[in-house]
Write a protein that binds this ligand. Sequence first.
Ligand code: PLP
Length: 357
Amino acid sequence: MESPKLFIPGPTHVTNEILEALSTPQIGHRTPEISDLIDYIVENTQKILYTNNHIYLASHAATGLWEMGTKNSVLKGVLHCVNGAFSSKWALSSQKLGMNTTTIDYDWGKGVNVNDIDKLLSTGNFDVLAMVHNETSTGAMSDLNAIAELLKNKYPEVVWLVDAVSSMAGVKIEVDRLGIDFLLSSTQKAWGLPAGFSICSVSEKLIKKSSLVKDKGYFLDIEVYEKYYAKSQTPTTPSIPHMFGFKKVLELIEKEGIDNRWERHKEMSSFVRSWGLNHGQELFPENGCESYTLTCFKNKLNWDINKIYDLLLEKGYRMDRGYGNLKGKVFRIPHMGNIYLDDIKEYLEKIDEVLCH
Ligand code: PLP
């Protein structure tokens, strides 16, 4: 049986063209060839993130990068903004690492609010701020601009860690203009690659901070990463198939044009929102925080989501039925990476067909 086309917010649909690139013959991981490949990925990712910061490639899930961010920066305390399942797990990871961890808790669906951050940072108890840009569990995308201004003007010493797992490469994030010290993502969302590989940008400020932190272990130590970054290598043997896939995706982005890519994601999100609202469904995220890469609907009309799921599967599509606490209460439609407006139209038509069933 052919695999269903994925319409879950990660792993997302990967085209055959990209899958084929993953099966490029292996090369040695301490050779000039790998350094050329890494240089290509780094330089092109810097363009996509509008940054001169260092770009690290990690052969594991993004969850590991949460810990790279905190382990290399927290001396005093970390303030976590929690507005969904992933931001909540990241805070848990800091607690489990024994860090002095405080959370600002929002109702799920809300965006992160700059005034709340200001109030807590003004206590002087925190040297690190951690937040998720695009909460995949709720479809809420927070505004980074106001937070960037706050940090620049009032808390320039604070290290800013941002999870962009489901927004990087689908939403324009200008790392240097915003002053984000650590921006992280895995590859199975808007990058449109298989899971199990991740990527981050690391500022000079964070690299310096890391050198002051003790007891950060070896595997995620930025000082170790820096040593290999200077040679255009990775500290450990990387997932070379992912790197070949990454190169292919970067070539495709270049061909599409970066501004066209940002526009495509916006266009798909507005198309999906209109479709759902026209059906009488309601958006889950708060007004003004709607994500460009996935749309989360409250199932206000009590559609039989499990039945729709089964019928879509019969037609060759894998649907999402909500995540974590929201399972069964919402459904999410991803529109990122290798999904284009025509794919979205095709998928929504299939949903319409099964609704008439
Ligand atoms: N952060 C966000 C916002 C996510 O959506 C996810 C996964 O869906 C993660 C982190 C965890 O990513 P990974 O499974 O690559 O560790």
